[in-house]
Write a protein that binds this ligand. Structure first.
Ligand code: FAD
Length: 290
């Protein structure tokens, strides 16, 4: 089923992002996480893509669909040539993948430039165009930033290229992580004023650890509000950091649900505990149905 159709169903969807395993040592933990979170009946899930582990992404997406009967979206980036990309898309189509998240892909590290593989695939919008223009019937998601993307000069630049993704054929958007809902509300308002009416799903990260927070905020360009920053600074140990992250994420979700968001998308980092605690709190407040 197309995710875009679920997002206009009148009830906020719950979705989880899993990271494709980089090697065998990550497989067990990921399998346990998927099994645990599948038990919480997500509306859909997604699996990240890296060129080196592309086969794992595709294997995982098709297996989640078959084994758990959950709609699973494959991420795909501009890491391949246009011809290789079409071969991957053909394979996905044959295997029954219904939704693709079309991305440019991460640069090699914070501050480093993105290395294109094919001049036809320089940006997320190019991949959206390739998929739509080649006649595939996938539902297409694309990324956007609630705060300024680290490579963007300003938010207008960001908005212009977000519009291009929509014009190129994206059906819905998922934001990069953010910790202050004002950025998301501002993005939705600015998008609507410029004629973008597609569902924009907020991407949420319960802080996994101090180290991951530092890395992710530098890659994503997200800022940490002073209140959360001081809670994390004062946390006695990793468990206290995690608990502060969960509390903050619950407060974000409550406000987002009350504002009528189309869904909540959780960056899980392949850990089930934080999303499970957040969902339990939201269901306890009757903000989500069980
Ligand atoms: P783009 O849209 O290409 O944007 C990158 C920068 O270029 C922005 O500053 C934008 O404003 C600018 N820009 C866009 N189009 C143009 C244009 N035509 N001309 C000039 N400037 C332009 N990365 C992975 O490697 N694998 C994953 O699986 C993955 N999953 C993700 C899932 C989500 C929900 C999100 C939000 C991000 C994910 N990422 C992933 C990270 C993503 O690849 C990076 O955030 C990347 O920096 C931006 O991707 P994009 O598709 O938005 O790029």
């Amino acid at each position: 089923m197309r995710i875009a159709d679920m997002l206009v169903g009148g009830r906020p969807t719950v979705s989880f992002e899993f990271m494709a395993p980089r090697d065998e040592s990550e497989v067990d933990a990921l399998e346990k996480t998927i099994a645990a979170l599948a038990g919480h009946a997500p509306d859909w899930v997604s699996v990240t893509y890296r060129k080196a582990t592309g086969d794992k992404t595709l294997e995982l997406v098709t297996r989640i669909k078959r084994q758990y009967h959950i709609e699973a979206m494959a991420h795909l980036t501009c890491a391949n040539t246009a011809d290789e990309t079409r071969r991957i898309l053909n394979w996905m189509e044959r295997e029954g993948v219904a939704n693709v998240l079309a991305l440019r892909g991460d640069p090699p590290g914070p501050g480093a430039p993105f290395q294109p593989t094919d001049p036809q695939l320089m940006h997320g919008s190019d991949l959206v165009s390739l998929i739509r223009g080649s006649g595939y019937r996938f539902g297409i998601g694309a990324a956007c930033s609630a705060e300024k993307h680290p490579e963007s000069p300003d938010l207008d630049h960001e908005l212009r290229y977000m519009q291009l993704k929509v014009e190129s054929g994206a059906d819905f958007l998922i934001t990069q992580l953010f910790f202050d809902n004002r950025f998301y509300f501002d993005l939705v308002r600015r998008a609507s004023e410029s004629g973008v009416e597609l569902p924009i799903v907020p991407g949420l990260m319960p802080v996994p650890s101090r180290r991951s927070l530092a890395f992710m905020t530098s890659m994503a360009g997200a800022t940490v509000p002073a209140g959360l920053e001081s809670e994390i600074a004062a946390a006695a140990d990793d468990e206290a950091v995690r608990a502060a992250g969960v509390r903050h994420c619950i407060a974000q979700c409550v406000e987002l649900l009350e504002a009528g968001v189309p869904g909540l998308h959780f960056y899980t980092f392949n850990r089930a505990r934080a999303p499970m605690e957040i969902l339990a709190a939201l269901r306890g407040q009757q903000l989500l149905t069980a």
